[in-house]
Write a protein that binds this ligand. Structure first.
Ligand SMILES: [Zn+2]
Length: 323
């Protein structure tokens, strides 16, 4: 049984237990945080994170995987404090969350150099601590797989090959980013079972989804509650059909809940958040939504206990440990 790095140290894969594979306790704009720290209320952020951590624990969650990478405000000390105060196992990543932009430092350096940064986080530790990253995160969104995005994907692939760490890729099905992202990873020689295509559940286009699954990769049905991308009923219908087609062992269930974003602390000021909510963008979004509403509906729709266990326990263990 392989081990998994958490902010509280390495654990055995079978200690992961019930796992949410994609949630954000913390996120922030790193530049703003450093230059104007007075607009951040870190104690308020910590309190909100505590609240969600206790809420997920009450549903039996033992581990939360947090793909907050560079440019999304990864904060190892905040995560470590949250884990210490709640006993929750928190798994962090390395990587870069960008849709195209890169700072000059990375713009003018190649994929191998960027890969060495990722490897540093996986082998040495994050932000000067001995907390190690357990996986590599990268992203492609509306601009597609641009030159910069391709470079980050190749860097992620090389870091994965060198260390054995799996990769999680943020995707945008509406922009058809998935196929090219997978193609790059496979070109670099990454095994498909190490690859998780996050946000694939934002579409109900089974042709697109099966096109990815046919390559052997895993998919994230991980944005439950984000109705602006796809409402819950359509997410559930798609998930049930994929279970029927036999893909339970490559599907992940999560919410991509982002506490600072959901509380008007980062991307959106409260007044814009209110408008988004009024438009029904994410009325049910939260870190326990799948337990409260989604899982009961899926069970009613024919999902078995075994399939649920596969998605919430077995798949995270297999993807994170590689065995
Ligand atoms: Zn996310």
């Amino acid at each position: 049984m392989g081990t998994v790095e958490t902010v509280s140290g390495a654990i055995n894969g079978d200690e992961l237990g019930l796992t949410l594979i994609h949630e954000h306790f913390f996120s922030s704009d790193e530049g703003v945080s450093v230059q104007w720290p007075h607009v951040r209320d870190r104690e308020a952020e910590h309190s909100l994170a505590l609240e969600s951590a206790e809420a997920v624990k009450s549903h039996g969650v033992k581990t939360v995987v947090e793909p907050t990478a560079m440019l999304l405000g990864r904060d190892v000390e905040a995560s470590r404090r949250l884990a210490r105060e709640t006993g929750l196992q928190i798994v962090l990543c390395t990587g870069i969350y960008t849709y195209d932009y890169l700072p000059q430092f990375l713009l003018n350096r190649d994929a191998d150099f960027i890969s060495s940064l990722f490897v540093h986080d996986i082998e040495e530790g994050i932000q000067g601590t001995d907390v190690k990253a357990a996986f590599v995160k990268c992203a492609a969104d509306e601009p597609g797989v641009t030159e910069n995005i391709e470079k980050i994907h190749r860097a992620a692939a090389r870091a994965s090959l060198q260390t054995g760490a799996p990769i999680m890729a943020h995707t945008r099905p509406a922009s058809n980013t998935g196929p090219r992202q997978v193609e790059i990873f496979l070109e670099e020689g990454v095994s498909p079972e190490k690859i998780q295509m996050a946000h694939t559940g934002d579409t109900d286009d089974l042709g697109y989804i099966e096109g990815l699954l046919e390559k052997g990769v895993n998919i994230g049905l991980d944005r439950y509650g984000l109705d602006l991308f796809l409402p819950t009923a359509a997410r559930n219908a798609t998930l049930l059909e994929l279970l029927k087609r036999g893909y339970a062992d490559r599907m992940f269930l999560s919410q991509d809940f982002d506490i600072p974003i959901a509380n008007g602390l980062d991307w959106y000021p409260p007044e814009i958040l209110e408008q988004l909510q009024a438009a029904g963008a994410a009325t049910d979004w939260g870190m326990t939504f799948i337990f409260e509403k989604v899982i009961p509906e899926l069970t009613e729709g024919g999902m078995t206990e075994e399939q649920l266990n596969t998605m919430l326990v077995e798949n995270p263990r297999r993807w994170l440990t590689g065995s």
